[in-house]
Design a protein around this ligand. Structure first.
Ligand code: MG
Length: 253
């Protein structure tokens, strides 16, 4: 069932989303070559708890980190580890959520560390564009399939591929609510978007094949060809006037 939120619900959700966005921006400023993903995750935990919130992902389905930190050919769900060292030239996806006042926020951004390859630059740019095209398609009266279509079209026109196995979702009192929001699809298909729906749109776009595999740790998802993958995400609200991004940090982002 898709839960329609009242203006009061959305106000509370916005508080969670603001902390989620602030910590994501902060994490991007803290990334440095030589740092482990465990250290980065510790900074993320400290930031979220100092803001009076709880990391949404910590303990969820048994996850051990406050954020999912996925490097290069890792698509999503990278587990923070003392053994995983961030290096110059890497692209680092951080997916993080904060829970406060009964609501979750959820967002992701893929950062570059130092100079990266032209192909990596293009992948990051196009994936972020896919996210914003998906958001632009999230107009009241449109359907969930319109979002996926917009994302897929832009990714594939640029020579990239769309991960099928993992999708966006409703966000609210639960981190993962209905509906599922695929990053591929047909216009005019799936649920109709109506004011009060709050969803996370999160394209996962690959440089090469769309195929992915789960590693033996049971969490980390990688591309099967070892090529790069990028992930950008916002939590948005559908309003009468159109989509509104709730995961907005202070300043430019
Ligand atoms: Mg999400």
């Amino acid at each position: 069932m898709i839960i329609i939120k009242s203006p009061e619900d959305i106000k509370k959700l916005k508080t969670a989303c603001k902390i989620s966005a602030d910590v994501l921006k902060y994490a991007g400023e803290q990334i440095n070559a030589g740092m482990s993903t465990y250290e980065l995750d510790k900074l993320i935990y400290d930031f979220i708890t100092a803001a009076g919130a709880r990391p949404s992902f910590l303990g969820m389905y048994g996850f051990k980190g406050s954020a999912c930190i996925s490097i290069n050919d890792e698509v999503i769900h990278g587990i923070p580890s003392k053994k995983t060292i961030i290096r110059s030239g890497d692209i680092v996806s951080i997916d993080v959520g904060a829970y406060i006042n009964g609501y979750h926020g959820d967002n992701a951004y893929t950062y570059k560390v130092g100079a990266v390859s032209p192909s990596a630059e293009k992948l990051l740019r196009v994936t972020n564009e896919c996210l914003h095209l998906g958001i632009a398609a999230a107009q009241p009266g449109n359907r969930v399939g319109d979002i996926g279509y917009a994302v897929q079209k832009h990714a594939e026109e640029n020579g990239f591929s769309v991960v099928r196995e993992y999708v966006g979702h409703g966000v609210g009192r639960d981190l993962h609510e209905e509906p599922e929001v695929p990053n591929y699809g047909k216009p005019g298909h799936l649920a109709r978007l109506v004011p009060g729906m709050t969803i996370a749109i999160e394209p996962m776009i690959n440089e090469g094949t769309a195929n992915v595999k789960v590693m033996p740790d049971g969490w980390t998802v990688k591309t099967t060809d070892g090529k790069l993958s990028a992930h950008f995400e916002h939590t948005i609200a559908i309003t009468e006037k159109g989509p509104v991004i709730l995961t907005c940090a202070d300043g430019d982002f």
